[in-house]
Ligand binder design. Structure first.
Ligand SMILES: [Zn+2]
Ligand SMILES: [Zn+2]
Length: 419
């Protein structure tokens, strides 16, 4: 019977060590290994005490009955060694019976087995899934420049101060303006709720139809930005594992219908709840809603777009989840014109199950709660944003003076399906 092992684990797991207690055997002064039978002792004295108790041994001191026990002489007088054991508080009640030792061993074994089972049942990313995530992260980082340094190459942003023009013509508007600036200092939550009831904003923007009478001063800049983003999304898509297995017709069909959704998704990285803007570096490249209205879009698109951006931001996605969501968005088998739906679906399934497993094993609660369905809901939101965007784009592009401001790529991607 290996009592020694059993009692060691008993003392180590069930007794709290006080860091301040010197780890010296109270019996012989040797290096102690912990509390054994209620006292701090070395392994030797632990075994001695247990053996003596089991045997119910009776010792007599061959000397005066007051031997000083040391590490070196502890074998010389069992009587005084045992007396010392009792003196420092060792108790035979702490010695486990054979039965207790067995029960304890069984318990430890059972605990280990349960632990192993739990470990084996825990969802884990497969090697292939991890590789997919790594590939997507790399693809995204190669195609998304967080310094936004390329923006300087676009046709420069020109901002017409339409709001001030309207404000000047109405004293009511001036009053609203000051109360609005108060709103802008409050929390993001209250800002969000007050954002769309902002009468200043609705007066200066949503009144005009898309591509309407205003001169769309921001259109050239934002057209360049969108054109640039389209190229980046194409670059990203090409690196999605499986995408290149599709025919080029299917690749084009998928990209053509998803690219604006992916642009909206990736722009969330620069979107800030602080002032509801897309902040891409310098003040020049800080885009507020008004900038987008000056590129020909109205509130029918912008209100749900900002709500979408706020909702997505609040999910606090990991970069891994962000890139998977973009890939899932692109690889949607139900896009118009897709021929090999089965293959697209197979690739999307792989991406979706990777995302679900990732959330299960890497995203801590409470953020992980219902995160997957919430992300899928975002994809549904994107479909209606896409639809509204197409509608407004068509209106814009039907006017030659505006469509000539667009780039060939924008015209090609957002142009009519049959060209
Ligand atoms: Zn000792
Ligand atoms: Zn003695």
């Amino acid at each position: 019977m290996d009592y020694m092992q059993a009692s060691t684990s008993f003392s180590d797991s069930d007794m709290e060590f006080d860091k301040n207690v010197p780890r010296i055997c109270g019996v012989c002064g040797d290096k102690a290994t912990g509390f054994h039978f209620n006292a701090m002792t070395c392994e030797g004295c632990k075994g001695f005490f247990r053996r003596s108790m089991k045997r119910k041994a009776v010792f007599t001191c061959p000397f005066n009955g007051d031997c000083r026990i040391t590490k070196d002489n502890r074998r010389h007088c069992q009587s005084c060694r045992l007396k010392r054991c009792v003196d420092i508080g060792m108790m035979k009640e702490f010695i486990l019976t054979d039965e207790e030792v067995q029960r304890k061993r069984d318990m430890i074994m059972k605990r280990k087995e349960e632990e192993a089972l739990r470990e084996s049942q825990r969802p884990k990313l497969s090697e292939e899934q991890q590789k997919m995530i790594d590939t997507l992260l790399e693809a995204h980082r190669k195609t998304f420049d967080e310094t936004y340094s390329d923006f300087t190459q676009f046709r420069p942003p020109v901002r017409e101060n339409t709001c001030r023009r309207i404000t000047r013509s109405s004293s009511v508007q001036t009053q609203n303006y000051s109360s609005d600036s108060e709103t802008f200092n409050s929390s993001p939550e209250s800002l969000e709720s007050s954002f769309f009831s902002n009468s200043l904003f609705s007066n200066c923007s949503s009144g005009s139809s898309p591509g309407g009478s205003s001169d769309l001063s921001m259109l050239p800049h934002l057209a360049d930005l969108v054109s640039y983003s389209i190229q980046k999304v194409i670059g990203f898509a090409k690196m999605i594992p499986g995408f290149r297995d599709l025919t080029s017709e299917d690749q084009i069909a998928l990209l053509k219908s998803s690219v604006i959704e992916v642009i909206m998704l990736r722009s969330n990285q620069s979107f800030t709840l602080e002032d509801m803007s897309w902040t891409c570096g310098s003040e020049d490249f800080k885009y507020k809603l008004d900038d987008v209205t000056q590129a020909g879009h109205n509130m029918e698109l912008l209100e749900p777009l900002v709500k979408f951006q706020v909702g997505l931001k609040k999910l606090n996605l990991h970069e891994e989840e962000h890139v998977l969501l973009m890939a899932i968005c692109i690889l949607s088998p139900d896009r118009p014109g897709v021929q090999d739906k089965a293959l697209v679906e197979a690739i999307q399934d792989r991406l979706s199950s990777t995302l679900q497993t990732y959330i299960l094993c890497k995203h801590p609660p409470p953020g992980s709660r219902l995160l997957y369905p919430k992300m899928i809901q975002k994809l549904a939101d994107l479909r209606s944003l896409n639809e509204e965007h197409s509608k407004q784009y068509r209106f814009l592009s039907f006017q030659p003076e505006h469509s000539m401001q667009l780039t060939p790529l924008v015209l090609e991607v957002f142009g009519n399906e049959i060209s």
